[in-house]
Design a protein around this ligand. Structure first.
Ligand SMILES: [Zn+2]
Ligand SMILES: [Zn+2]
Length: 141
């Protein structure tokens, strides 16, 4: 079990399963949404997501058609992204994790949209969009 919570602690959830496909997204929507150089996110099965408290405190913003970014309506923490086309999975913001997910980010995506003031200094693969194989389940959140 992996625990997660928002800044104000009003929202808490547990992931009873694995977090997969961890990556860093440098697209402009993720940068604005997080107020940061990039978004660190992973893929979680909706069935593995269990709310401990605060589900009603999550507000959603539809940043692209069918893509709903959920955040804490009290403290603003990014929580998860839901996809109308793929209800069986969510994109989880890794910054809210309280436990080590075990897996590590495997690449950077949308580096063509990278903030000019941010320099990527690790050796992970970099992609201008999503790497091959992601095309079948495009998952920008
Ligand atoms: Zn909060
Ligand atoms: Zn993004």
């Amino acid at each position: 079990m992996i625990r997660a919570s928002c800044l104000c602690q009003g929202i808490a959830l547990e992931i009873r399963g694995e977090i997969r496909d961890l990556l860093y997204c440098h697209c402009s929507m993720c940068r604005k949404s997080h107020g940061s150089a990039f978004r660190a996110r992973g893929r979680v099965r909706t069935a593995d997501l269990h709310w401990v408290r605060g589900e009603a405190q999550v507000r959603y913003y539809e940043s692209s058609p069918g893509e709903h970014r959920g955040f804490c309506s009290v403290c603003g923490s990014n929580i998860l992204t839901r996809f109308d086309a793929r209800p069986k999975e969510v994109g989880l913001a890794l910054g809210i994790l309280d436990d080590d997910p075990g897996a590590r980010p495997m690449c950077h995506v949308f580096v063509g949209s990278k903030a000019p003031w941010h320099e990527i200094t690790d050796s992970l693969p970099r992609f201008d969009e999503f790497p091959q194989g992601w095309a079948k389940s495009p998952d920008p959140g």
